[in-house]
Design a protein around this ligand. Sequence first.
Ligand code: CP3
Length: 354
Amino acid sequence: TANDASTGQQPTATYDSAFLKACRREPVPHTPVWFMRQAGRSLPEYRKVREGIPMLESCMRPELVTEITLQPVRRHNVDAAIYFSDIVVPLKAIGLDLDIKPGIGPVVEQPIRTRADLARLRDLTPEDVPYVTEAIGLLTRELGSTPLIGFAGAPFTLASYLVEGGPSRTYENAKAMMYGDPELWADLLDRLADITAAFLKVQIEAGASAVQLFDSWVGALAPADYVQSVMPASAKVFEAVAGYGVPRIHFGVGTGELLKLMGEAGADVVGVDWRIPLDEAVRRVGPGKALQGNLDPTVLFTDKNTVEAKAQEVLDAAAGLEGHVFNLGHGVMPNTDPDALTRLVEYVHTHSAR
Ligand code: CP3
């Protein structure tokens, strides 16, 4: 089931899935749907298998990763699985002292602040992440024709954690480095681009059918700063995996002013949050790209009729679009009722059937 490194060859049934067809902007039998953070705390079966196991450790156990990745596929009938891991896993794998603290997120013991600190960011090789290769091998066998999405954090979003030392609302240290020491910043992002590209290659060669680059926090930047200080590194990542022919998805939050640029960085599919309707997003992104999104995840805290009305608005805004992958505008929130997600998948499938 592994992809051929030279051709990106997929098993035929996977290649012909609604999800991969939509990514390629081919006609689909129904709009495919999956959810960012579909695996995780919204599912009781997830909370059960994770009991007593720290987050990062759970990412390194292939059988557990396989089980957690499959849970939302079994339960919700989504059109794609997303590999269970975290954006900081490759950084942990090259030896950085970081952890994921419950309810907080990634915390880095010694932040990257100086040129000397860059030496701690060595290249990543497949031998650093044997559990990824093993888990994806198990998963592609279990998934059959359901595609598996691999993912990584984009250089800016990874840098935001590394330079700040943890989650931030303002990114003051990271942005200060970007503005104040552009050479150090460029070298840091270039290092992270190489690590990210290597991590995505491991996933694709093990059998991932698509990849998503999460630049979750890049909406903090003005377009000109994105072009000058971030886009070269993100483009390097996309270029490094272009030869496999698997769809490349690019997502960030609050990126209304960056959508066109994020497409131009090398994405085949541009992820859109809930702040801009998809018919406006397609005008901003321009031709030649599929779009993914964009129901506000908090809509799932309302009643069934409201969820369906808001989901229909998303489908209507995407009606003229070639290539739509239905998703939320950001990840599933932990308190979401999983049954609301199952009903939403059913609704999208039924009301987009052609
Ligand atoms: O189902 C999936 O989407 C796959 C799993 C996945 C996780 N993290 C598992 C996880 C994915 C795709 C990620 C990506 C990720 N991690 C991003 C980009 C996506 C986004 O939301 O914008 C970011 C910014 C991170 C960093 C991170 N890791 C945060 C902010 C948190 C949440 C902290 C918290 O506890 O609220 C984590 C931890 C994390 N990663 C959890 C999960 C399921 C929760 C920890 C747990 O269940 O114990």
